[in-house]
Design a protein around this ligand. Sequence first.
Ligand code: ADP
Ligand code: MG
Length: 222
Amino acid sequence: MIVETINLTRVYRLGSSEIRALRGVSLGVEEGTFTTILGPSGSGKSTLLHLIGLLDRPTSGRVLFRGRDTSLLSDGERRRLRLRSIGFIFQTFNLLPTLTALENVELPMALARVSPQEQRRRAIRLLEEVGLGDRLHHRPSKLSVGEMQRVAVARALANGPSLIIADEPTGELDSKTGEEVLRLLRGLCEERGVTVLMATHDERAARLSDRTYRLLDGVLQG
Ligand code: ADP
Ligand code: MG
């Protein structure tokens, strides 16, 4: 198991009101699989992925990464684990508009103190791998949305993560482009042995996954 969550809860406090976004979620993600969290808008998918991706801390419960209890790690240790082992893909890509495709992919490597020559070498290879070898010097505004999401996939792979977390990665894409991104993610499992954990509200997007968890109002179903 690469990730296990144990009875995770997350309560957001807004003034005097409380939103219980997760109400005790326990799940496991097998190494090397494509696992999907399927649920409607507001069911807690992003909250869950942020906790698993160590971007947020739970109100109660635990996230184990390869059996290690991440709640025992310092913020610095969590940041290092995230940088080395986890890649993120977002619905709206989150590319930096002033950087080229190449520079966007190099950025996480710069944060991990990879040498500039090695950054360039790896970024070119990753962009070629996602079919963008002819778009290296384009800025996001010159790319189609499908190309932007492929740059984001290459960026997520920059530091050789074992886990890719994709939050509604096809949400902004038409069905054909979305299908291409799903196949790309599926290929990461099969060819690189990367574990992919994806959230979606789209029943069809879950088709290519090995395992699907259904989330509703912060509770896993079934
Ligand atoms: P999903 O990704 O499935 O749409 P979210 O995890 O974004 O669900 O949201 C789950 C619930 O938590 C929703 O009711 C949402 O409004 C609420 N929520 C999410 N993030 C915050 C936040 N930062 N502050 C307050 N409420 C939030
Ligand atoms: Mg969401």
